[in-house]
Design a protein around this ligand. Sequence first.
Ligand code: ATP
Ligand code: MG
Length: 386
Amino acid sequence: MERERVIIVRYCEIHLKGKNRGYFEKVFMNNLEKALTGIRHEMKKPSGRYIVEKFDEARTDEIIDRLRKVFGTHSLSAGYQVDAEMGAIYDTVRMVAPESGSFKVQANRGDKTFPLNSMQINAEIGGRLLKDKPGLCVDVHSPQSVICVDIRENGKALVFSEFVKGAGGMPVGTSGKGMLLLSGGIDSPVAGYMIAKRGMKLDAIHFHSYPYTNMQAREKVEDLARKLSVYTGGLILHVASVTHIQEAIHKNCPDEMMITLLRRFMMRIAERVSERVGAQCIVTGESLGQVASQTVEGMTSSNAVVRLLPVLRPLVGFDKTEIIERARMIGTYETSVLPYEDCCTVFLPKHPLIRPDLKKVVQAERKLDVEGLIAESLEGIEEVRI
Ligand code: ATP
Ligand code: MG
């Protein structure tokens, strides 16, 4: 008997309604394929789900781990595909069924020409299992294991009983493109994750103050981008220097305005790069009141320089503990807490402005050649394909 290992992927159907369905499904399938780059396999799409076949069985767990991180995935099951014939089906059911505990069989007959209907399949297989495994009992309401038998239309049947939860959300690429301000901290990678989960493709931009900050800080950010890219299906990291800007602010403006003014430059540069690459919004990891600069006045001051794009702050209402929990879950936390600073701390004031007054900020900024400073950053910008 031929028994082939397969993986069944179910998607979050709620988002795939109406006219856009075909488009969503195509983007989702591309994203699944991309996640399996380097692993030999075939992917089929019979109605309502995807089936991965013809892969090396030893890589089953690895494939599931990659696919469950693709946004849009609701759940996955590793199972077997056999000829749609009761003898072969039952042998496989017996193999996947536990030795003891409660169970139910849940058959689904996609091929209506199959001689038994789903109730009859349930009864037949359930009855034989009870005889062969005396430790088992039937519980149709809340069984410890559900054994699914799915009669396909191609003369094959799927047998499976494990369910792995997927990342949920919407397929990346179905909600436009954003520019994530990625620092080396805990918050911004989580912000990127949350926005990508809503289906948005991301580029990221990182600002550094080399040589005040070191190469390890740079590597740390690339490492964070790499971890995030698992969920975003790759990303381009733009790396820009703000050393000259910090120096100019330090020389010409009140110390306590360093962060406020620097943030305005970051926003301006991010918007210029967004225009270049077609990003439609700016995404930051700010959360209201978390640190001195993240007040509503601080946000007013940095929003004021953005000409057109909306600034999305997906973490605005999150507590730090909630953000940390998510950072742990997505695997960025360990890297984020490495002790390398992203921007120069030499210039950071002891008492930053908590509620910057926009008029005074604009006034202070008049001492700077804003356009010249931005141009210098843009000229030296590097693109790293993650
Ligand atoms: P994070 O943990 O994301 O660094 P934070 O709590 O340290 O956040 P801030 O340092 O005030 O907060 O930064 C607020 C947001 O500004 C960050 O979440 C990020 O989106 C952006 N940002 C700050 N520094 C940088 C940087 N060096 N490069 C790119 N973006 C930055
Ligand atoms: Mg930070």
